[in-house]
Design a protein around this ligand. Sequence first.
Ligand SMILES: [Zn+2]
Length: 253
Amino acid sequence: MNCQDARRFLPAYVDGELAGLDRSEIEAHGASCTSCRAELHALSEYKLALRAALAAPPAPAHLRTRVRAEIASTRRQGRGASFWTARIGVPLLAAAAAALVVVWPRAPRPLFVEQARQDHRRDLPVDVSGPDPTRVANWLQPRVPFHVVPPVMGKAQLLGARLHRMEGHDGALLVYDLPDDQARSHKVSVFVFDPQGQDPGSELRDRKRVGAREVYLERRGGYRSAMFQDDGLGYVVTTDVDEDRLLRLVGGR
Ligand SMILES: [Zn+2]
């Protein structure tokens, strides 16, 4: 199995939908490939967070009472097996236990940057078009709870912006186009948000100083993100150029 195949199967693997040969093949690949392993961690953490966010509301009181009564009566009748094994059966319990086993070693996984990368890859429409930063700022002004000034990103041209939300933070997603020396264009996504006293970038180990800014860096699956704070706001810049160019963008050059 190569990386391309592994990436295709990762979502199903994380959801526990793979069995037999597929499962062992992907595990064998993961054992020897650090980049797919990192991808797997990002994906599983992302899904866990999603699941937690979408967690089912508690069962209604009458249902809980009935289940409790059922458990008590099963115990009284002394059927030997516990309520759970009697009702669900051993194979399902074994499967549930197996799902808890972490197959690959844990690696640090910055959730915020992972979402930034996924949002960057989706072609989300803009609510307001560029390239005039004042026009974009004026459109955002009444819609975002803080004042967003589209940052100058070197030679990158502002294409537009949209209202956006990441990891519980409301903000604006700005999209730029950066041409390279071969006249190829690179999309640059900039999420501007109120960090509310948190520092999402502190999850990242790699950091560099750009001018007066402390910039946190993360590279993942062909994309790089830079995270920094400026004047009380948080910025996450995601694109597919090399680190030098990214740092120049962040430095406004
Ligand atoms: Zn791989």
